[in-house]
Design a protein around this ligand. Structure first.
Ligand SMILES: [Zn+2]
Length: 181
């Protein structure tokens, strides 16, 4: 049981610097819960980040990895990976080869779902915004925008956010997938 939703707790979103910033946007938690209901356990690699902590994130050459305007700073983003638990093979182990069976079972208990799979599903649950034209001016419908957010696919995780600006999709292999305009 979580204290934010059925499976998520505030502590999972807490800023890694220990400052106590642990208030994710409810819509973000709601979206993550839907992903959790679909795939199984969702791990949060990074949720809320205070500006100070966000500025410490650099690559090996000292270049900033995250802008001051990052959705993480506003509690609107989470970098996640998903674990999928497989059937426990140890139940039908062969007693003559117990050690091998147990090792195999331990190896096969949990695997990480491919980030692109998670991203595709995330895209399917976020509402596509309406591009409206009024008085010859076109714009994204704000209410829908909020639900469309940003999704970035990385090698080992997926970035998901509920930004209030123009929706964004980036990262690997988005070809053929529900795209922004
Ligand atoms: Zn912090």
């Amino acid at each position: 049981m979580g204290d934010l939703s059925k499976n998520f707790s505030r502590s999972e979103f807490a800023c890694h610097c220990g400052c106590g910033f642990d208030s994710p946007e409810p819509l973000l938690v709601e979206s993550l819960q839907t992903i959790r209901d679909h795939f199984g356990p969702v791990r949060i690699r990074s949720g809320c980040r205070c500006l100070k902590y966000n500025r410490t994130l650099t690559d090996s050459k000292g270049r900033r990895l995250s802008k001051d305007t990052s959705q993480h700073v506003f509690g609107k983003a989470a970098d996640i990976w998903v674990e999928r638990y497989l059937p426990d093979e140890s139940r039908d182990y062969d007693r003559t080869d117990l050690r091998d069976s147990i090792e195999r079972a331990m190896r096969s208990t949990c695997e990480t779902v491919l980030p692109i799979e998670v991203a595709r599903y995330a895209a399917s649950i976020l509402v596509k915004p309406k591009w409206v034209t009024k008085n010859k001016i076109s714009f994204w419908d704000y209410d829908d925008l909020l639900k469309y957010g940003g999704i970035g696919v990385y090698k080992t995780f997926v970035h998901l956010d509920v930004r209030e600006a123009r929706p964004a999709r980036w990262g690997l292999k988005w070809r053929g997938i529900d795209h922004v305009k």
